[in-house]
Ligand binder design. Structure first.
Ligand code: SAM
Length: 297
């Protein structure tokens, strides 16, 4: 597992001289450091090492296996984009599945879509949900929506049992190490395809174009054989490695997701801090090196 060599249960190796350091094999030679005001909790769940701390300038921070999952300062960028790109690209989403996303932030965003009738979250680690409800209420508020139901199990297994069920599937996973490694492999995408209704869209955490082109390109090549369209978009995220994170957006019986299919009400737009219809389109415009490396043109 990514952090075994530098995590201990007292958090000594994660926090040195009052600074949390995020070091990992997926971003060799670089680290993100945040100044710690107060450690709120640190323990092992059934699946991973969980640390929550109050930072000096980035609000509350959730860390799993040594990797930053959320800071309350910038989480809205990720949650809004991973949720609203597929949801606004779909003309009439009714049933939505969220895989991972234990902090509740993606649920909060999906719940803004009044036409959605059912939201199912499948999270492998109940410990993350419990911690979020305790320390991250502005994200865990997503669990309060009456349309939300929660399954505590592996996302791949859940989809095997639920075929042709969903209009949109959002995979808000941690990095491809530990319990989330299966979520970055072709069989998982095939399972998502089968679990989609016709016209459905999947949007998954797609790692970082500055660091992971060697992972993104083969995955996109492989799933392009199954899905009708496969695209890549990204958002800025100051506290994720290299300040950027991407999304793989793939469809079943539908073309490009680059343009929103539905208009947003002024009420919803006023609640959002990052996503706009203009940014939806712009998110698919990649720098030349990434466009070439991912799509070969
Ligand atoms: N948005 C953040 C990010 O990208 O770093 C946070 C993601 S969220 C906290 C990731 C969640 O995925 C974790 O709570 C983890 O337990 C869950 N997860 C990992 N593997 C999973 C699996 N196979 N099935 C369902 N959930 C899984």
């Amino acid at each position: 597992c990514i952090a075994i060599s530098f995590i201990d249960n007292s958090g000594k190796d994660l926090i040195i001289d009052g600074w949390f350091h995020e070091r990992g094999v997926l971003w060799p030679g670089q680290a993100m450091s945040l100044k710690v005001k107060k450690v709120l909790d640190h323990y092992r769940t059934d699946f991973q090492d969980l640390l929550v701390f109050e930072s000096e300038n980035h609000g509350t921070v959730l860390v799993l296996d040594g990797v930053i999952q959320v800071t309350t300062r910038d989480e809205f960028s990720y949650q809004e984009m991973i949720a609203h790109i597929p949801l606004f690209a779909h003309p009439n989403p009714k049933r939505v599945l969220v895989i991972g996303g234990g902090d509740g932030g993606v649920l909060r965003e999906v719940a803004r879509h009044t036409g959605v009738e059912e939201i199912i979250e499948c999270e492998i680690d109940e410990g993350v949900i419990i911690a979020s409800k305790k320390y991250l209420p502005s994200l865990a508020i997503g669990y309060d929506d009456p349309r939300v139901s929660v399954k505590i199990m592996d996302g791949a297994k859940y989809m095997e049992e639920n075929q042709s069920s969903f209009d949109v599937i959002i995979t808000d996973s941690s990095d491809p190490i530990g319990p989330a490694s299966v979520l970055f492999e072709t069989p998982f995408y095939n399972a998502m395809y089968k679990s989609l209704r016709e016209g459905g869209i999947v949007c998954t955490q797609g790692e970082c174009m500055w660091l992971h082109l060697n992972l993104i390109r083969p995955l996109i090549d492989s799933i392009s054989q199954t899905f009708s369209s496969v695209e890549y978009a990204y958002t800025t995220m100051p506290t994720y490695p290299s300040g950027q994170i991407g999304f793989i957006i793939a469809t079943k019986g539908r073309n490009s997701c680059k343009v929103p299919e539905r208009e947003m009400t002024d009420v919803v737009q006023k609640e959002l801090q990052y996503y706009t219809p203009e940014l939806h389109k712009a998110a698919f415009v990649l720098p030349a090196f990434a466009q070439r490396a991912i799509f070969g043109d």
